[in-house]
Design a protein around this ligand. Sequence first.
Ligand code: GLC
Length: 422
Amino acid sequence: MDYRPALDDGALGRAAVAVLDANWTGQVTLPAPGLYPHQWNLDSTLVAAGLAARHDRAVRARAELAGLLDAQWRDGMLPHIVFRSGRSDGYFPGPSVWRSDECPDAPPGIATSGLTQPPLQPYVAWRIWRRRPCAETAAFVRRVWPRLAAQHRYLTDSRDLGGGGLAAIVHPWESGMDDSPAWDRPLAALPFPEAGNAHLDRYVWLATRYRDAGYRAGYLRDEHPFAVEDPLFNGAWLASTWAMTRLAEVAGADAKPYEEAAERIREALIERLWHDGRGFLALDLRAGGPIPVGTVGGFAPLLDPGLPTDVVDALIDLLESPRFMGTTGYPVPSCEVRAAEFDRTRYWRGPSWVSANWLVCQGALTHGRAPLAAGVTAATLRLVRQAGFRECFDPFDGSGLGCRDFSCSAALTLDLLTPMAV
Ligand code: GLC
């Protein structure tokens, strides 16, 4: 779409809806035309959150999330890419790399990847309910509840690879922050055959090892060479577990197991990933130690209303310090600015993302930090007003980077235009 800055909120909202309508296939919303021609787990989930902010798109918000959940594997895993039929567009790695059709746990008739992404679905389902607590939404919650519960079981049973109560990611693509410098070390340590050492090859090699092991949980636990406890993934899981305690009432289910689980995850997060003065850092289970580069993902635990006040205060100090927002003109650099790996223009190695800013904003609102949330919101809306619904932005000068007409940026603009504390 040709981009012209939309100066007032109404025009900005209409421009966002136009992008989302153009990326809607009739079944799902593609993350962006061309570059991402299938359904992505995280993107669809965030799109659902954004659509729910508009009364005239409430039905589609529910359809988007329910459609993603329909691709869930029998063991509860929610795949990170769902290849919708009839679109043989050469996307790599496509269905012939993942070969989900050969795996008995995969859903019949739908090709998917074999990895997952941050489990934000219950959190977003809760937002959808809070935006419109009506009979249709209640029916939607009852319909998706068993799938949300199965996902929670999957993470608990199959992904606690460190045995400490958190869920491990087994590939950078599971993080939602694919190229983050946090993965540099664990990727460099892979027993990867050196010939053809392109960066992408390590990603594909790692994915195909898991595939060749039949996507088995036992293999992940005992043999898989990449296992990281990431604060974004686990912060999302904690927020979602908390959301399950609320959704349970709507679904007519028991909240107790989720209350207990939220407590366990919170304690494990603080015990395993929290570092005084550094915030939340990812833990490399294979090398056995923290990955010493702070990223915007470290603020995701703010989504948890039960996070202890001293941790909240320390995290917000870090966020506003020169390591993050205090140096750049725009919130929130995806990597701490002083890190040697920081790069203001490279994908997840520095640029600001609307999705990450949105998470930070929700975290601030969760803890009653209204002025911080308002500041991040205003600056994020300034980014999209100036540069359009780009994939990400230079955090110093605000110029747009990556693809255009990016669904997540459009959808979360809608949400930011109509703030809601959960
Ligand atoms: C990239 C991002 C990931 C996103 C995907 C589709 O892989 O890192 O977060 O889900 O693109 O937009």
